[in-house]
Design a protein around this ligand. Structure first.
Ligand code: ADP
Ligand code: MG
Length: 569
């Protein structure tokens, strides 16, 4: 579908002025296709992916349709969630800003009835609401649809998913026959088609193929990754690209819990959403995410449905979605109008065939890339450090240490050596001290990172951290991979117990009489630590150290399997 100029549709000068003020330069494909029939008064069924501009495609005809002199509800827009109702109402507000006498109001559950009564009684013409609350008002007699000229079902697929079918049918069957009906949705499952047959009159079907919209906007890449390496690859990609705002999709609740916990332990600022989390909690998480109070949302498809955020830097498909539609839905949350987004998909084993069939079916433009190596990640890390250092130098905002530096120079050290040594020390520190997670929750800290023997309920892991720290990129503990022949052990003590690497080396050497070379890198976290040890010595170390007290705590030692990071691929 071609994109057209807004001036081609015969819109009112007030609408054109608003569009111009909003900065829209041309109509998006769905707008180009849906505006003409909708403005002509026809019923329209519009299908296009998230972020493609469906709101304006129905809002503009709705606004043109309203008679400002008539103070009764003339347009009803049904939306699946409160967030969407508010967002759509905002778009209506902006698009109608130059139309005198046209008023709109969002009504949704959770807001006081009082407020909504007042708005309705004042004679608004456009009501944007969730089906449940709209039904409530109709039953109370505070919302009358006698004068309704247009009904819009936005995100019809989600509304049906959320069980609003009965409410929708009741609402539509009480609206005047002579109204115009518009359906907009990213997907058109059978149930919607049924609804359309029952409630639309000879509709014009408008469908914008996903690939046409996404190809230029979202850079799509997939990686063939072994299941157990996904976590490592994920963190590498985040570090390498310095991503700070994204969603990671998993296929199950358990995966969501596990992954959120693993990432949290590694110092990433994350939270999670899935079907077992209460609605109130979900709303809180979504608000926090919208305010960017944490960086990565780990979610299942269903839980992310109500989330109206589409300006993500990146979407990760940690697990492959079920079909091409879900895939398109997921990646549509990045690469919002004009800006380019990134989508990374992991496939392991036979998932590759599934991906290939999705590619064929939906004509996805996705390319394969190799997993980034640790060297690449390290280089990116160094670059970030370098930039930071340079900006400190440029700002001049640091305490001078001339005496100290002079002393070293006098002793014959070159300035380049001194700086290099400082950077090496800094890296050393980074490796043994993870950034302090804010108010870590017990569930996330006290259990081993490997979820094998964990019950399915993951506790409140990262959910409750209100003030996620801004991550300092170069200060993240760099688990720069084990040497060959080493494995990683988990121990249940950490910085909380003021454990130092020396304590661990001393304990292991003392109890097992093994040489110090047996022990490699040690990553100390708040309440646990990860220590690399020679593979052949691991069973002995586990056996001898179990129950031994370190800082008063009886040790638990186990193989940290999921954290057993693969060496460079
Ligand atoms: P959808 O409902 O299809 O998911 P939205 O209507 O929410 O998409 O639009 C996504 C974003 O694109 C919004 O920020 C909206 O203001 C913007 N947008 C819509 N139409 C245009 C346009 N023609 N040009 C530029 N931006 C647009
Ligand atoms: Mg929308």
């Amino acid at each position: 579908m071609e994109k057209r100029r807004f001036t081609e549709f015969g819109l009112s000068p007030e609408s054109l002025k608003a569009i111009d003020k909003m900065g829209f330069e041309e109509a998006s494909p769905i707008q180009s296709a849906a505006l003409p029939p909708a403005l002509a008064g026809r019923d329209v069924v519009g299908q296009s992916s998230t972020g493609s501009g469906k709101t304006a495609a129905f809002a503009l005809p709705a606004i043109e349709r309203v008679d400002p002199h008539q103070r009764s509800v003339q347009v009803l827009v049904l939306c699946p969630t409160r967030e969407l109702a508010v967002q759509v109402a905002e778009e209506f507000g902006k698009l109608s800003q130059f139309k005198r006498g046209v008023h709109c109001v969002p009504i949704y559950g959770g807001q006081s009835y009082e407020r909504q009564f007042r708005a309705l009684a004042a004679g608004v013409q456009i009501v944007i609401g969730t089906p449940g609350r709209v039904m409530d008002h109709m039953e109370r007699g505070t919302l009358k649809l006698d004068a309704l000229r247009m009904a819009v079902l936005d995100e019809a697929d989600r509304m049906l998913d959320m069980g609003f079918r009965d409410d929708i049918e009741r609402i539509l069957s009480q609206a005047p026959e002579a109204r115009q009906t518009l359906f907009f949705s990213a997907t058109m499952p059978k149930l919607i088609q049924q609804l359309i047959r029952d409630y639309a009159k000879d509709p014009e079907w408008v469908k914008i193929e996903p690939h046409a919209q996404h190809a230029p906007k979202v850079d799509q890449v997939y990686f063939e990754v072994e299941r157990r390496s996904k976590l490592e690859v994920l963190t590498r990609l985040i570090d390498l690209n310095d991503f700070r705002y994204g969603i990671v999709f998993c296929s199950t609740k358990i995966m969501v819990d596990e992954l959120a916990e693993h990432l949290h332990v590694r110092g990433y600022s994350v939270d999670r959403l899935h079907g077992d989390i209460s609605q109130a909690q979900r709303t809180r998480v979504m608000e926090k995410f919208r305010d960017r109070r944490f960086e990565f949302l780990i979610a299942t498809d269903v839980a992310a449905r109500g989330l109206d955020i589409d300006d993500l830097e990146v979407v990760f498909n940690f697990d492959l979605p079920n079909d091409a539609e879900d895939y398109t839905h997921r990646i549509g949350r990045t690469g919002r109008a004009g800006r380019s987004g990134r989508a990374f998909t992991f496939v392991s084993g036979r998932e590759l065939y599934k991906l290939q069939s999705m590619v064929r079916f939906a004509k996805l433009k996705i390319r394969r890339e190799n997993v980034p190596s640790l060297d690449q990640v390290e280089e990116a890390r160094v670059n970030v450090f370098f930039e930071k250092l340079r900006s400190v130098l440029e700002s001049g905002n640091y305490e001078r240490q001339d005496r100290l530096v002079d002393r070293l120079l006098e002793q014959g050290y070159a300035s380049t050596d001194i700086v290099s040594a400082l950077i090496a020390m800094r890296n050393q520190d980074d490796r043994s001290a993870a950034p302090e997670p804010a108010r870590p929750s017990p569930a996330a800290e006290a259990k081993p990172p490997r979820a094998e023997h964990r019950p399915a309920d993951a506790g409140d892991a990262p959910r409750d951290r209100e003030t996620a720290p801004r991550r300092e990129k170069y200060a993240r503990p760099a688990r720069t991979g084990r040497e060959p022949g080493m494995v990683t052990l988990f121990m249940n003590v950490g910085r909380k117990q003021l454990v130092t690497p020396a304590d661990i080396v001393g304990k292991v050497a003392g109890v097992t009489r093994l040489p110090a070379e047996t022990i490699g890198a040690i990553d100390i976290h708040q309440r646990h630590l990860l220590v690399d040890v020679a593979e052949e010595s691991a069973p002995l170390i586990m056996e001898k150290l179990r129950g031994v007290r370190v800082k008063g705590v009886p040790l638990e030692v186990s193989l940290a399997r999921e954290t057993a990071l693969p060496d460079d691929e």
